[in-house]
Design a protein around this ligand. Structure first.
Ligand SMILES: *Cc1c(COP(=O)(O)O)cnc(C)c1O
Length: 383
């Protein structure tokens, strides 16, 4: 039994192997010196620090987003939490949108204040009120966290204006899970770090939980130290699945964008639908921002029926095609009734603070269903 692994039998496979290894060995003391001490020879050390499959995915993510550097994480929340913990310290003040992802809000409200971070939350529903709110705080801010489009109403933010207002020194992070490239390139608009739940469109197959941070190298290196130390890392297989998925991202987004606008227009024209929230529709309050920032509007279509929560639940139950599930970017079409599902623990006041009506339905279109099939299903459930 040798303690050395046999060399690759051949090294010309088109796809690089998927690495599943907890640890990496050195051939001799010289290799330790170059691979570990001086870092002049690329070498692995231990699975919490790096993995060749991550490196490949991170490189492709940097190309995709136009980032200097990228990091892969075990989940979107791990990417968010590690980023904020790395960049913030006691006394720092931050702003986030009131419409941010629920667990991101929980990080800001229930975790970061324990370490002395001061959190300001402002609604993005009214764009100019959001910008004036930031202006009023600008001189005190260390970091602004943005998310667009927001769920469930798909609100947008004038990102370039936020950068102008806060100046060059405030860190801007943006959760771009709902708007990956090619729909939106956050880093082109003054954002320092684009954060993604790769569980959603980037992963695109509903089969991994994963997260990504892409952007400025100096910030990524700070975050890397925290990732190395605290270990919210992906395994090689999740990295492999994400790598495979990135090939088809532009094709998937193109189809999903087409489905999104088709379903939004259908719902908008239906008399039983009170209101549709889709940034590709002129009726969306942030349609103009959508034209400026987005090349496509994605597959999440939110609408209100103007009915009671119970009658809305009956409508959702009549749908045959979508799975009742909380995700988007998966192959299948998914549906959730916002107040009955994501926000079921919110009381009336909390619902009002995020502006979610009890008849709100969020449809996340998948790419395996034909769009005609989805519209037909909506039609029978609405009639
Ligand atoms: C899903 C999601 C997250 C969290 O990502 P996970 O991969 O589930 O940890 C963060 N932000 C947004 C907008 C999301 O949709």
């Amino acid at each position: 039994m040798t303690r050395k692994r046999s060399p690759e039998p051949y090294a010309n496979s088109i796809e690089a192997p998927t690495y599943q290894s907890a640890s990496y060995y050195f051939h001799d003391a010289g290799h330790v010196r170059t691979g570990l001490h001086d870092l002049t020879t690329p070498a692995g050390r231990y699975g919490r620090y790096s993995n060749p499959t991550w490196l490949e995915v991170e490189d492709r993510l940097s190309q995709l987003t136009g980032a200097e550097s990228s990091l892969l994480f075990a989940s979107g929340m791990a990417a968010h939490f590690t980023t904020f913990v790395s960049l913030l310290q006691a006394g720092d003040e931050v702003v986030l949108p009131a419409e941010s992802y629920r667990q991101v809000r929980n990080v800001f409200h229930a975790i970061l204040p324990k370490f002395g971070v001061v959190v300001h939350e402002i609604s993005i529903r009214d764009s100019s009120a959001f910008l004036s709110g930031i202006k009023a705080l600008a001189s005190r801010l260390r970091l602004v966290h943005l998310e667009m489009p927001s769920s469930p109403h798909m609100y947008l933010i004038d990102v370039a204006r936020v950068r102008e207002i806060v100046g060059p020194d405030v860190v801007i992070t943006l959760d771009s899970s709902f708007s990956p490239p090619p729909n939106f390139y956050a880093l082109r608009w003054g954002v320092d770090l684009a954060l993604f739940s790769a569980t959603k469109y980037l992963g695109g197959h509903g089969d991994i939980v994963s997260g990504v941070a892409c952007g400025r190298r100096d910030l990524i290196e700070k975050i890397r130290w925290y990732r190395d130390t605290t270990g919210p890392v992906a395994d090689g297989n999740a990295a492999f699945l994400l790598r495979r998925s990135l090939y088809t991202l532009p094709m998937r987004m193109q189809r999903i964008n087409q489905y999104g606008i088709a379903v939004a227009r259908y719902l908008d024209s239906h008399p039983a639908v009170r209101r549709v929230y889709y940034t590709g529709l002129e009726s969306h309050p942030h349609f103009k921002l959508g034209q400026d920032y987005l090349a496509g509007h994605g597959g999440v279509v939110t609408f209100e029926l103007g009915l009671s929560e119970q009658a809305t639940a009956e409508f959702v139950d009549r749908l045959q095609v979508p799975f009742m599930a909380s995700n988007f970017g998966a192959p299948q079409t998914l549906v959730e009734q916002s107040t009955f599902f994501t926000y079921f623990e919110y009381d009336e006041q909390a619902l009002q603070s995020i502006g979610v009506d009890r008849s709100t339905v969020r449809l996340a279109l998948g790419y395996v269903n034909d769009v005609a099939e989805i519209i037909e299903d909506l039609d029978q459930a609405l009639s």
